[in-house]
Design a protein around this ligand. Structure first.
Ligand SMILES: NC(=O)c1ccc[n+]([C@@H]2O[C@H](COP(=O)([O-])OP(=O)(O)OC[C@H]3O[C@@H](n4cnc5c(N)ncnc54)[C@H](O)[C@@H]3O)[C@@H](O)[C@H]2O)c1
Length: 435
């Protein structure tokens, strides 16, 4: 199949290269000239396990990159829109990039195409794209607009794209949806064909539900701290119930990244606009922000005033296996520590380059031990595997004080205390009074 993908970010680049890997002819487009020039040389601009191999395997054969939207529109039968939809000023989704692409499609469309929206967009956006193309495009060229929301997770995006739990396709005409379903046929996964608006809603509802689960378990964790229970045991006990399940029950610093915070906030706005305001979701966002504040309070409570203290920060990305720093807890926590005049020594296995511009006053180090040198405590902000396997004896020898404050509950109860550390997790029953 001849496919164009507009936007070569986490979603577009993974989608385009994986579709090429399945044997399709794919052309990827972006307005970012530097990114495209790099991709044309095989340079993958993001860290995503397995992605570089897929890109290199298909480059020049079935996978090409361009900045010319016209070339891509005219050469394809299916055009995927995978551009960014960042949060607008009021928390709503900024859909200007999607609209710009729709205008571009209108300008260049030369024969029937199926235009598939993969970006996360407000409910009704499929109709907006249709209206733009009808208004600015040629009157005698037919097209269909389809919604195909993306559920991949950064850090396992290639696997998620090639082995999805489900593919959702929303369309006004079933025949268009069925043609898009053909692209996914080799993946042997459940495919739900539905109407446009329901497909758009499924994406928001899924992310908002998962975010709610995280904020729920975080509030239970806070109560665990107050009453002396251990959240990891509580979550384990809950997880045996298949109605609850074990995923997204990891208490800690809350959710970040480019999706959950922005999608929850956008859904709240959609609710307000549609006069069906959410009551739960504003609280979900509030609880999430508060986790970072509670963590900082915990650090102060354990260490006293932070001025002049040296702190090792382990992990900066919003979750492991990605270099994405968008909405990462580190963005709140590191500047707060620096503001209180702590000396901050940071380390992240892959996000250092992106972080350098953000934390100018922090000391960047090349491994977790170097970060820990002379520190009053280690603060774990991202649960990278690399931190699971540290040599605790060596670590203890490097630290000024053997204190670990673990924002991700990486370590088992007793695992560090047995090594002589003072260990504090999130909701591990420390009975810290935050009143
Ligand atoms: N990142 C994720 O995990 C994820 C998962 C599911 C869905 N989504 C959604 O997918 C969409 C893309 O997300 P992302 O994380 O890949 O974004 P991203 O910021 O990584 O990449 C977006 C790309 O689109 C390009 N772009 C912007 N406007 C353009 C235009 N007019 N023409 C061509 N290219 C343009 C940008 O230059 C950038 O390279 C968003 O709507 C997001 O909510 C993201």
């Amino acid at each position: 199949m001849r496919i164009a993908v507009v936007g070569t970010g986490y979603v577009g680049l993974v989608t385009g290269s994986c579709f090429a890997d399945l044997g399709n002819q794919v052309i990827c487009v972006d307005v970012d000239r530097k990114k495209i020039q790099g991709l044309q040389k095989g340079i993958v601009p993001i860290f995503e396990p397995g992605l570089e191999e897929v890109v290199r395997r298909n480059m020049g054969k079935r996978l090409t990159f361009t900045t010319e939207l016209g070339k891509a529109v005219q050469s394809c039968d299916f055009l995927f829109i995978a551009v960014s939809t960042p949060p607008g000023k009021g928390g709503e989704a900024d859909i200007s990039n999607v609209k710009a692409v729709a205008r571009g499609i209108a300008k260049f469309i030369n024969r029937y195409k199926i235009i598939i929206n993969k970006s996360t967009v407000p409910i009704g956006m499929g109709d907006v794209v249709t209206q733009i193309i009808l208004k600015f495009g040629p009157k005698d060229v037919a097209f269909d607009v389809v919604s195909n929301p993306e559920f991949l997770r950064e850090g396992s995006a290639v696997q998620d794209l090639l082995r999805p739990d489900r593919v959702v396709i929303g369309a006004t005409r079933r025949s268009a949806a069925q043609k898009v379903a053909e692209i996914y046929k080799p993946l042997n996964c459940p495919i739900l064909i539905t109407d446009l608006k329901s497909a758009e809603m499924i994406k928001y509802a899924s992310n908002a539900f998962l975010a709610t689960k995280i904020s729920f378990i975080n509030e239970i964790a806070n109560l665990c701290d107050a009453v002396g229970a251990d959240i990891t045991q509580v979550a384990k006990g809950m997880s045996y119930d298949p109605r609850i399940g074990g995923q997204f029950l990891n208490a800690g610093l809350g959710f970040g990244g480019s999706c959950f915070p922005k999608d929850v906030s956008a859904l709240v706005k959609i609710g307000q606009k549609s006069r069906s305001s959410f009551r739960i979701l504003p609280q979900v966002m509030d609880v999430n922000q508060r986790q970072r504040i509670l963590f900082l309070e915990k650090v102060r409570r354990v260490l006293g005033p932070l001025k002049g203290k040296t702190l090792a920060v382990w992990g900066l990305s919003f979750k492991p296996n990605t270099d994405d720093l968008r909405e990462a807890p580190s963005l709140t926590i590191v500047p707060a520590l620096l503001k209180e005049r702590a000396r901050v020594r940071v380390y992240d296995p892959v996000a250092m380059e992106k972080a350098r511009a953000l934390f100018k006053r922090a000391k960047f180090t090349s491994n977790p031990y170097e970060a820990a040198q002379g520190a009053d405590a280690v603060l774990v902000l991202t649960e990278w595997n690399e931190f699971k396997q540290v040599d605790f004896k060596k670590l203890k020898g490097l630290l000024k004080q053997a204190v670990v404050i673990d924002g991700r509950n990486m370590y088992g109860q007793g695992e560090l205390s047995d090594e002589g550390f003072a260990y504090y997790g999130m909701g591990r029953g420390e009975v810290l009074d935050f009143s």
